[in-house]
Write a protein that binds this ligand. Sequence first.
Ligand SMILES: Cc1cc2nc3c(=O)[nH]c(=O)nc-3n(C[C@H](O)[C@H](O)[C@H](O)COP(=O)(O)OP(=O)(O)OC[C@H]3O[C@@H](n4cnc5c(N)ncnc54)[C@H](O)[C@@H]3O)c2cc1C
Length: 256
Amino acid sequence: MKIIVFVKQVPDSAAKVTAENGQAAWGEAPMVINPWDEYAVEAALQQKEAHGGTVTAISIGSENAKEALKHALAMGADDAILVSDPALKNLDTQAIARLLAAIVQKVGGVDMAFFGRQAIDGDSGLTPTQTARILGWPALTLAASIKVEGSTVTVERSFEEGRQIVSANLPAVFSLVKDFGEPRYPSFMGIRKASRAEIPTWTLADLGIAAPTPVVSWPTLINPPSREVKCEFITGASAQEIAEKLADKLIAEKVL
Ligand SMILES: Cc1cc2nc3c(=O)[nH]c(=O)nc-3n(C[C@H](O)[C@H](O)[C@H](O)COP(=O)(O)OP(=O)(O)OC[C@H]3O[C@@H](n4cnc5c(N)ncnc54)[C@H](O)[C@@H]3O)c2cc1C
């Protein structure tokens, strides 16, 4: 089984992201592997453990995206590739998807391509389906469990309204949700292997394509308007008195 897992490097979820001069800024906050992509790595590793083969972690980004790739290596991925090129600027989801599809084709013979459900910075969740569309592969999104029998894969999809069982033929694209189960921690041996790993960088020339043109642009980014918030503590001799005062307030403010 030839398995690819796409990981994105993002600002830590505790970072305070603000708009500065029309651009997103997160100060000195560390960059980490997108938390959803850890579930994708876990799913990829489980498929390798069940069926044999290799897991390759791939990221598009700058040189420091190698840290996200090292996290995937430390979890157990066999190898990793960074895709980086000075010509890659102002990318939108369909441009990223075109690049990811070109990577899948360059690697060749891929059976399963794993994604997180969404990136916690861009937050669109569009990349997996757009990549599947370009490849002409089935998109099995929001996967909570994955079972491969021969060339058929059955996926239990998890969403707010319930669960749905879908099946398709491989090769296919998968996006993973939390219900899949906790991702494993990187092992000590894995961390040592990752720290020594030489991660190759592919450019657009290696992929044999020109920089994809975005169809959506972000001319500026602005902070949400500041809101005036008043905080009032309601006091009383008993819980009932406090509740009655609160109810009166809510009625007076036309909340109820
Ligand atoms: C070189 C470069 C330049 C960019 N320029 C801009 C810009 O000018 N303005 C702007 O707003 N954004 C820019 N971006 C961000 C880019 O638009 C989004 O990251 C991209 O479209 C993915 O959308 P998303 O973050 O909503 O991911 P989602 O669709 O939410 O991600 C879903 C999954 O797709 C995979 N994935 C997504 N992105 C990557 C990646 N880079 N590498 C590997 N796997 C990935 C992951 O598995 C992830 O869990 C740039 C990104 C790059 C790499």
